[in-house]
Design a protein around this ligand. Structure first.
Ligand code: FEO
Length: 392
């Protein structure tokens, strides 16, 4: 295992994780991921930007054998997949100083037990002179922890953006050759990790757009040789206006709710409203999250279990609420046996999204013609709402 030279004096010393299939014990990784760490050499000093996941210590250890001296370890983000090996690096290089944002100080001490005398906090806009190379620190909180920052290599015009702009995509190619292959992993990453902080990214993105950029080098996935590609994608994803798209997250126990979903899908399609149903018993929640990036309406379709939402539906609603998509409208359909409080539960659980609720269609038992008519009315209501929001 050798470090990969990106440019003269700039190396990739990270690790590919081809086989990882779950992140945070929650997020599916159909294409693996990478933990990118970068080493930058100046005439006087050498800096390591981020580390790798502790499970890949052997890669980092091998890569660093080529570099007897590291003066600065820059930690853009303190989540363990980048910071977990900070103690290892600091022990290997006793002279190295850890550079972090002031907000990160408590985190590195509580999570990693780093001694006070090994760290130094850096201000927003502060510069680090490596000798012929200058790294500028750009505080960019909440992408996606409170302490996050970006590191900008001024002379080479490279932005080391850590999680921001990342993609869960293991690849032997460190630079993107085919943008079409990266857009979905990047959108999945945005949906699962960054979407809850959409408004904050809106406020801070100008800090990135104002930089002359040759490359964006994130900490997951390949490097962007055409930075405007991912910046433009982010601008579309974080924009307030959704698309003429309905996401239906559904589960059925005995088929009644499933019949309702099938009818609603067709009724929406007949009105030229794009609709994506996700069967929660088999779906990859990442694909559901991707659709939430732009959906104008979210429909939860669930039977009633012990008077409440089916547990799979409750889990999906919890996720929707946590991801805070830009959807304007929400609705509920489903069948129940004898009594249901599922709609009240749904409304309570969506307190972060706060959509406008559409007329629910809850039925007792198997759907009758009048129930299908109610679903037609719901489809028409959705169409009209989308029209009034200038989405159609
Ligand atoms: Fe890739 Fe938030 O860690």
């Amino acid at each position: 295992m050798k470090p990969k030279k990106l440019f003269e004096g700039i190396y990739w010393v990270g690790a590919q994780d081809w086989d990882r299939r779950l992140f945070d014990s929650l997020i599916p990784l159909p294409e693996g991921t990478s933990y990118n760490a970068y080493l930058v050499q100046g005439e006087k000093y050498t800096a390591l930007i981020d580390a790798v996941d502790p499970s890949k210590i052997n890669f980092l250890e091998e890569h660093l054998k080529e570099f007897p001296k590291i003066d600065f370890l820059i930690a853009n983000h303190i989540e363990q997949d980048h910071s977990g090996l900070i103690p290892f690096v600091l022990e290997k290089y006793p002279q190295a100083q850890l550079l972090i944002t002031p907000t990160a100080k408590d985190l590195v001490q509580s999570h990693l037990h780093v001694a006070e005398n090994r760290l130094r906090t850096v201000a927003d806009g502060e510069k680090l002179d490596l000798g012929g190379r200058t790294i500028r620190f750009i505080h960019f909180p909440w992408v996606h922890w409170p302490e996050t920052m970006l590191s900008y290599l001024e002379e080479d015009q490279i932005l080391f953006s850590c999680d921001l702009f990342g993609s869960h995509l293991a690849s032997s190619e460190l630079f993107i050759r085919e943008e079409t292959l990266v857009i979905e992993p990047a959108k999945r990453y945005y949906a699962e990790i960054m979407m809850p902080f959409r408004k904050i990214i809106q406020k801070n993105l100008e800090k990135v757009e104002s930089l002359p950029l040759n490359y964006i080098a994130p900490s997951h996935g390949p490097i962007y040789p055409r930075p405007e590609f991912i910046i433009q994608a982010y601008k579309e994803w974080i924009a307030d206006k959704p698309r003429n798209l309905v996401v239906i997250a559904h589960v059925s126990m005995h088929g009644s709710t499933e019949k309702m979903v099938s009818h609603l899908v067709q009724a929406l399609s007949l009105r030229n409203v794009e609709v994506r149903p996700f069967n929660l018993t088999v779906t990859d929640v990442g694909r559901l999250a991707i659709s939430l990036v732009e959906a104008a309406t979210i429909i939860i379709a669930s039977p009633t279990v012990l008077t409440g939402l089916h547990p799979l539906a409750a889990e999906a609603v919890f996720l929707v609420n946590a991801l805070r998509p830009k959807a304007l409208f929400a609705g509920f359909i489903g069948s129940y046996g004898w009594k249901s409080r599922a709609l009240d539960q749904l409304k309570t659980m969506l307190d972060s999204v706060r959509p406008e609720f559409l007329n629910p269609v809850q039925i007792k038992g198997d759907p009758r013609p009048e129930d299908f008519a109610a679903l037609d009315n719901l489809a028409e209501e959705i169409y009209q709402k989308h029209r009034s929001a200038n989405l159609v």
